[in-house]
Structure formats: structure tokens, C-alpha cells
Design a protein around this ligand. Structure first.
Ligand code: ATR
Length: 276
């Protein structure tokens, strides 16, 4: 009989992770004999935890908050995407070595392509709100997919300024000046925690937005944030964050199991139910 393929996610806290549900769904769908476990690991315990799981025969792991940067020091190989984003969210144990990659940029763009199949960012202007870890994956995806002008705004301006050293075509605008820049944007993305359950809402004035502008929120809990509801009321195209959560899981599944899984309506429905 084929060995059980052991995979999982490590983070701190980890109890609310939806990744086990997504990966178990696909293992069942594709008849793969495997496990996917959520493992709590404190920052101090990260090296020990990785060694233990490696010795335990794990095929690989997803890496989530707060370990996405710290894990880089433990990787033997880091691919170009993870290097460019500056974070690793997936590792593979390969011939005794640890290889790190990052699937967040893929997840961000695939989710958009799913909602807007003819999306083409060449010659387009993006307004990116936020400059944290998620913003870096979004910037990478936008640049890789041809966005020519990126306006970046963050509550802490310095953090945004810092990102312009790494990400081309990116210009910082002041947090208080984000409303006037809405009229120039073809795509507007919230990468901050604003709008998430327990956080204040992100408020943007869409009055002068381009009629065909796309408004994307990577927050998925709640699914319809005030930011998205107001964009929809203004007649704009919206993209919700739940798809990014699911699509970022696909390349990780592929490196461990050898096939790129589908995202069915049924899977999305299952996840929506646990988010409610
Ligand atoms: P993630 O990995 O999810 O991106 P993060 O790296 O902690 O998380 O980044 C959180 C982002 O949300 C940052 O851009 C943060 O802005 P600061 O750099 O000023 O902290 C933004 N953010 C969080 N709470 C916010 C708030 N109340 N108002 C404005 N921005 C906020």
C-alpha cells in the first residue's frame, strides 16, 4: 500500500486555519492517501518544530503567520517568487533539503482571473492599500501580470516607502490622499486588515471611480466587507477574498501531490459555511 503523505500548516495561533478543510477536500476528491494537520508552533520553537516534522517524514508544510519570514533562514533553497515577495508560505522536504516557495501571488491573481476572465493589467494603474506581508504578494502579482503604474498607500508611510525599493513601477501616496487617486485607478485592492471582523472598516470614496474599475478585497471574513459593499453600490466590479484563500492552496497541493487541484463551487460553498 502507498505510504500516507503527511502535510500540514504551522502557525501561531493556528486553530482557525481553513487550510486543513481545503486540503482534505482535495485529498478525498483525488483519492490521495494523505493527512493535513494544523500544528501550533511558537516563534521560539520554529527550528525544532521543522526538524521534528522533517524527521517524521512530512512531505511539506504551509507556513503562516507569524513564521513566513523566519522560515526563510531555515530553507536550503528559496525560489525566485518567494525571494521577490520576501516571504515563504510553502515548504517541501526534498532529498533532505528544505525548499521554500510562495503561492500567495498566484492565489491573488487566479482568484481575480476566475472572477474577471479577460483581465489584462498591461497599461493599467493599480491602487494598493496597505504595505504588510499580503501587500508584497499582491505587488509581485500585479507587476508579473503587467501593471504599469502602482500607487501604494499605507497608514505608516515609511513601510510603503521601503517597498518601493523592491517593487518597480510603485509610487507612494499619502494615506490621507487616497480618495483623489481613486479616479485614476483601474484596479483598487485592500491588503490591510481593515474591514476584517474586529477591525474598523476601510472607507474609500468611489464617487469619481472609473466606471469599469475593479475593487478587490483580500479580506474574506466577512466575505462582503463595507469596502466591497460600497464599491458594488457604486456600480463597480468586485472581487472577494475567499477565492485567494483557496487558490493559494493549489500550488502547495501540487508540489506535494503532483497535481494542480480544481476549485469547485462545492468547495467554495463549504468554506463559506464555516466562515458564517
Ligand atoms: P498581513 O501579513 O496580513 O499583510 P501585516 O503585515 O501585519 O499583515 O500588515 C497589516 C497591514 O494592515 C499594514 O499595511 C497595516 O498598516 P501599518 O503598516 O500602518 O501597520 C494595515 N493596518 C492594520 N490595522 C490598520 C488600521 N487600523 N488602520 C490602517 N491600516 C491598518
Amino acid at each position: 500500500m502507498q505510504d500516507v503523505i503527511k502535510t500540514g500548516v504551522i502557525g501561531h495561533p493556528i486553530a482557525h486555519s481553513k487550510s486543513p478543510m481545503i486540503h482534505m477536500h482535495w485529498m478525498k476528491q483525488y483519492d490521495i492517501n494523505g493527512t493535513y494537520t494544523a500544528i501550533d508552533c511558537t516563534p521560539d520553537g520554529l527550528p525544532e518544530c521543522i526538524n521534528r516534522l522533517h524527521d517524521d517524514g512530512y512531505a511539506g508544510l504551509n507556513i503562516t503567520i507569524p513564521h513566513k519570514q523566519a522560515i526563510m533562514k531555515l530553507c536550503d533553497i528559496i525560489d525566485d517568487t518567494a525571494q521577490a515577495i520576501g516571504a515563504v508560505n510553502t515548504i517541501v522536504f526534498e532529498n533532505g533539503l528544505i525548499r521554500g516557495t510562495n503561492t500567495d501571488a498566484f492565489g491573488f491573481f487566479e482568484n481575480m482571473r476566475q472572477t474577471i476572465p479577460d483581465i489584462d493589467l498591461h497599461g493599467k494603474t493599480a491602487l494598493v492599500i496597505g504595505a504588510g506581508g499580503a501587500a508584497k504578494a499582491v505587488l509581485h502579482a500585479l507587476i508579473q501580470n503587467g501593471a504599469d503604474h502602482i500607487l501604494l498607500t499605507n497608514r505608516t508611510r515609511e513601510t510603503a516607502e521601503h517597498l518601493t525599493n523592491t517593487f518597480q513601477n510603485t509610487r507612494v501616496i499619502a494615506w490621507d490622499d487616497k480618495n483623489p487617486s481613486v479616479k485614476t485607478a483601474d484596479i483598487i485592492i485592500n491588503t490591510t486588515s481593515l474591514g476584517m471582523t474586529g477591525y474598523p472598516d476601510l472607507k474609500l470614496d468611489f464617487t469619481h471611480a472609473k466606471p469599469d474599475a475593479i475593487v478587490y478585497d483580500i479580506v474574506y471574513n466577512p466575505l462582503m466587507t463595507v469596502f466591497l459593499t460600497e464599491a458594488q453600490t457604486a456600480g463597480l466590479n468586485i472581487v472577494t477574498g475567499i477565492g485567494m484563500l483557496v487558490h493559494q492552496a493549489r500550488p502547495a497541493f501540487q508540489v506535494w501531490h503532483g497535481l494542480l487541484p480544481d476549485v469547485s463551487d462545492f468547495l467554495i460553498k463549504e468554506i463559506k459555511e464555516v466562515l458564517l
